[in-house]
Design a protein around this ligand. Sequence first.
Ligand code: SF4
Length: 319
Amino acid sequence: MGTVESVTIARRTGFCYGVREAIDMAKEARAAGKETHTLGQVVHNEGVVRDLQSLGIRTVDELDDVDHGAAVIIRAHGVRPEVMERAAARGLEVIDGTCTWVIQEQREIVKLVEEGYTIVLLGTPKHPEVVGLLGFAPDAIVVDEEEDWETIPRRKRMALISQSTQPPWKFEKLAAFMVGRSHELKIVNTVCPVTIRRQQDTVEAAREVDLMVVVGGRSSANTKELTRLCGIVGTPAIQIESARDLTDAAAFRGARIVGVTGGTSTPIEDLHAVAKRVLELAGTKAAAARAAALADAAFEVAAHPAGRTTSLPTSVAAG
Ligand code: SF4
């Protein structure tokens, strides 16, 4: 018999507004009867992609895979400016789901180019958002982990900007490092507030529990960061992609209260499913018997102040 008595879900979890808007745009376009495609997976979450597919929304890798006149959704990460131009030239209906925060980032980087700064972009190379930003600033130097930073040249006028989902501590540390690399340093802090809040709420939740479960894409740097932060506050954490990954009750041995959090591409419904699964798998007899009700209660608390953290329900979008 397990030891878990209760489960909490971190506040303000679920999709960030950028991801949610892009998904809603795709659903709305489809519901309006348009042939709808998303350029790249709108979110790296199998369940969501399946849900969109079942509505008839296709994911394509190239604009060439979209027929003339069809709608193409640009996902929250944004794209290089040429992609927008090519889509328009091919006669596609472009529905721009670029997150407003990313649009702001793109504007800031354009300004830095115009002002003649040598630009350092803190980001994961090849990440779609970074690829999009480089379309506006092809000469920007992309750096990620600390061991890369020595490659940053010394220049008179330098500027630092960030991919939206980088950890704030890393941005601050790099800013301090770059002070010694330039005469004039302009810092444009484009770390997304949702990322910051998500990390704060995860830390807050981790402090109250015996064990954390972090739900998100295996390769998501953002999700890994949440796991790392739990460790920093001294709470062990396991990282999974979905409730299906929870098969071994031994992982919860001795834990009485378990917390659940997730990355910005993880729907809050997935956190609810994980909470329920934890209780069924590793709950005390009483908790396991009430798994659904306890998970519902945790969900209510988490979903409340954040407002609508999920995308449009499939039935509404289809109807
Ligand atoms: S993490 Fe922030 S910047 Fe990125 S899509 Fe979400 S809301 Fe937009």
